[in-house]
Each structure stands twice: as C-alpha cells, then as structure tokens.
Design a protein around this ligand. Sequence first.
Ligand code: MG
Length: 464
Amino acid sequence: MKVFGSSGTRGVANIELTPSFALRVAAAAGTVWSADRVAVGRDTRTTGRMLADAAASGLASTGANVDRLGIIPTPGLQAYAEREGVPALMITASHNPPEYNGIKLIGDDGVELSRHQLERVEGTILGEKFDKISWDETGTTRVVDGAREAYVEELLDSVNREAIAEANLTVALDPGHGAGSLTSPDFFRELGCEVVTVNAQPDGFFPGRDPEPIPENLADLGRLVRAAEADIGIAHDGDADRAIFYDEKGRYIEGDATLAALAGAELTPEDATVSAVNVSQRLVDLTTEIGATLELTPVGSTNIITRIEELQRGDVHVPVAGEGNGGVLFPDYRLARDGAYTAAKFLELLTDSTASEVVKRFEGYENIRTKIHYDSDAEYDAMLYAAEQQAEKASAELSTIDGFRLDYGDAWVLVRPSGTEPLIRIYAEARGIHRAQELADGMYDALIAAKAEATADEKEEAAQ
Ligand code: MG
C-alpha cells in the first residue's frame, strides 16, 4: 500500500501530511463508508486542529455529518465509534516527534480498518473516485462534549476496580503531554490509586519529553517513582494506545517482559496469542510452558489485528496479543490497543506482588541488534540469499512472514531488510548474552561474506 503503512499514514505536518492530503484521505474514507455520521478526534499536536478541520471538510463533502470530539486518546475514539456505531478518523502521529502528524481510520465497530479496507480507501484516493453530491446533501459539523468522560467510565467498568482499590497503589504517571493527559490521571484516581504525575499538561510542543515512551525519554518518570515511593510508573505515547512501565525501584521494565507477564495472566492451553515476527523469546517460552499457540505476523498493529480477526472467525479464543513496544490488545475488551486499559490490567497483577516480582521470571533475556549497510541490489540480493542458506542449514524452525526468522527453541535470530533505509537488520535473543551473540555473529559473518563476494563480482564485471 502506498498511502497507508503498517499503522496508518504519517509524515511531517504541512510538508508530507498537508491539510489537502488529510481532506482527500477523509473524502475517500467518507466515500467508502457512505455513513450518515463520522467521528473525528485528535491528539495534542499543534497541527491537530488544522488537520482535523480539513478532514471534517472532506467528510462533510461526501455527505457525512461530523462529530468533533476534540482531543481524545485513540482508544477513547474507538470506544466512541463502537458505542455510537459510527466510523471514526483520528488525527495522530502516535509516538512520532512533535513535527509529525498522521491519520488512523476506525470502523463503526471501534476496530482499526483492516488492510483490505485500507486498500479500498487507498484506491479511492489514487483514482480520485470521491463521492460527488449536491450542495444540499453535504454534511454538517457538531461539537461533542463528554466523550473523554464516557471513555473513562467505560474503562472503570471493564477492569477489576475493587481489587485495584484494595491494593492501595501509588501510581507515577507520565502521559508525555499527549492525549492521555486528559484521561489517565482521572482514570487511575477513580480506580482508588494515589496519582503523581509528570508531563501531564496537554502540550503539542511536548516540552518535557518526546512522545515515544522509550527509556531515553523517561528518566523523569524513573526519578518520580523513586521520589514518590510509587508502586509503579506508567508512561503513554502521544495518543495513549500504549503503556510502558517502571518498577517500584524506578527501573524501566522491558515492554516484552510486560507483554509476557500480562499474557501469562490471561492464556490457557486452548488459547492463541498473536505477536509480530520480532517477538521476544519471553513470550515464546511462556506460550510453550502454558501450551498455548503463538502466531506471528509481519511487524505492525494492522497485521496483528487482521490475524486476530482471522483466528476469531475460526472460533479460536485470543485473550491477549501485541508487541513489545507497549502496544497490547485484550480482544475480549476491544480489538484495539489501549494504554490505560493495559496499565489497569498490569495494576491487577500488583494486588499481591510488587512490579519487580511480577516480571522477575522474564529477566535475563539478552537482545543483540546489528545492521549491515548495502550499496547495490546485488549486495542486497546476495545477503538475503545467504540468510536463506543459513536458514536451510540450521536446525531451527524457519518463518518467512517478514524476513527470515530462525527459531532454535531456546533462542532465535531474525534477518529483516529495513523498510526505509538501505540496511539489513539482524536481531537475536536468548537467555544469556553468549548464546544471543553466537547466533547474531554467525548470521552477520555469513551476510558480510556474501556481500563481499557480490561487491567483488560487481567490480570484476565493471572492469571487463
Ligand atoms: Mg500510539
């Protein structure tokens, strides 16, 4: 797909993601949906209102009446879409830096559009096949108040409120100036937690930290946990569909460890879970131990959601799924990533254990990441061929969903071309650094040798 990547469409606002582009995406979505009513929400970015205005115009031009919800987390807009039975359009660039913005499209069931549905919208944009209606059939716009409050109420009704309240938890919260600033503090207070915050004013310049919830951006949260002697630290990305945690000692918890801990609380042997092809060995070990099925997809939430829907159509129960970046889905609640809900599910695990105890069994896993640059198609092809050869030689289970992933049972290695740069990435993970290093080195050496050979061949050809 040209317009929509694995998680919607994104770019630098007013350069790549212009109001006229937002208008065309919205007009195409309005044409495909042909709904009477469509909701529009946005995160806190400074360009959000401009792009939401353009999107609202595009939708109205196809005859849709537009509910303007203002700033709201993506999962809050999804809750509104499902409750009201209307499709929705979210203006957000999620975890990207402040200058970015983007668009996510949500169906009237509250679920992000599938690849197939996005392809229809994309075809409408590229073919300029927008609905053309007469002036007296165009839509109108109304401001809807109270959608954030309704979302928080729904969250409160969906989690184990009594157990969390009884645990008397102190929560240190960093919504990162994003849309969660307007919902998560209230939510955790209503759950009976003591809440201390940092970066909790909605601000599209993101003065305290960038929207991506990675350790480099979260030093303040670690300090706040220690200063307030909190039981847990919680951070969101810009649209609050993700949650990342710090333990009671103010230490970052790997998103992969959180995912495995949450999955451990949900999965039974009959269940399946879905994650991306770079899934941690932690989840592999956990599902093996439980006897549940682990399904892998290409990286990106759209792929994970599409696979869950396929499994559900085959009557397979998928109680939990997601990636190690803090984006977790609990499909029995909603087929959507929700940072506040994910955090509450983690709080449910703290009723009789500390955060560090909850993730202790998932410690000791080591990741190696390396990359190899290439200058020509010949080098690229040679390296991918070498990776395939390595896979054939290895006593490992091979998956080719997105690059080459070799599963050795106790460890794995993945070779994957970058989607945006001339790089081949190599990932390896094992319990213990030596095993991970051994697998990464073996693959690296094979690819480097193949690249050198391809370069030599090219030089020889050029000399002839
Ligand atoms: Mg997000």
